[in-house]
Design a protein around this ligand. Sequence first.
Ligand code: ADP
Ligand code: MG
Length: 386
Amino acid sequence: MSERRVAEVTAAFRELYGSGPDGVWAAPGRVNLIGEHTDYNDGFVMPLALPHTALAAVARRDDGILRLHSGDVEGGVVELRAERLEPGGGGGWAAYPAGVVWALRDAGHTVTGADVHIRSTVPTGAGLSSSAALEVVTALACNDLFGLDLRPWQLARLSQRAENVFVGVPCGIMDQTAAACCTAGHALHLDTRDLAQRQVPFDLAAEGLRLLVVDTRVKHELGEGAYARRRAGCEEGARALGVQALRDVALEQLDEALAALEDPAVRRYVRHVVTENARVEQVIGLLDRGETRAIGPVLTAGHASLRDDFEVSCAELDLVVESANASGALGARMTGGGFGGSAIVLVEEARAEGVAKSVTEAFAEAGHRAPRVFTAVPSAGARRLA
Ligand code: ADP
Ligand code: MG
């Protein structure tokens, strides 16, 4: 499977640029098991990499020219000059890989141009982080071709900076770290304050379990302003409580903290972040004790908190969770930023097909477009393939 895709991107690269690439790299999409909207509050997250990947065939250049092409979008090769890259210049999809080259150069690394051809199986805009896959695969290719010797977490940081500053999307550090640092068979417990990581064994197949991903195929456009408001609300909450970030409010201090907050929306945001961090710890504890099935209700509780307190769910995501749980799932929740995108469902292997069918039927009954359902197999992070 991956040999065929490597051969395809290599052939397409040769066709575009006239000679072969120096190598082929891959970086995955992700789902987050638990810990949502915590990564800009210095909190905990727990993503796992998907088998879906962005592939990049890349050749180094030393003449300052950066040529970018994606086989997944219309529009041909985008040609830029490395030393003229500036944040905020628009540029559509090419801003993601160009932003990585900018971030590397801005941090003082020598990157003197490249020819790049991208091909990805990560669905875009489905909350599965196709953008981070694109950034991290570019960062890793540059790291190898220019001998930069950066660690995966550093590639993640630079990729996040590319998205924040060059593309202009104020995302946290989870997506890029997942793409750069996840390993097969594990979920990644990440402390987003100091980037401390732990690979937590998460071999669902061995336990007769499955994690389904349900892509609702909707993206409600209120998303961006709503995200900014929540980020600002979290910062306001931290300021009012006199802490560096909401991560510093322990679950035991929650009632006292809530009583000290005036704004009812900020109060709800704080409650979500504090309880969500506690849910990450709870899931880690259960997994460490081998009680994998018991994480189901924690996932569902996380969904309720995102729906009722953080208010980032939508009818389609709620319907996945309700219909999955009503038809025998162990637990379910939205994953990613919200307002559409994907949900995850933990289910006994034997019931997986029935649950997927029930969710699909519930969508048809509600008049929604059919969702896309697949199994999340915890997969490898970014790597060189050829
Ligand atoms: P998500 O990361 O959740 O998939 P984003 O809106 O953050 O959604 O990023 C999606 C954007 O990333 C796309 O609109 C496109 O600009 C870019 N992108 C992702 N994958 C590709 C690809 N294979 N080719 C070109 N651009 C891509
Ligand atoms: Mg993204």
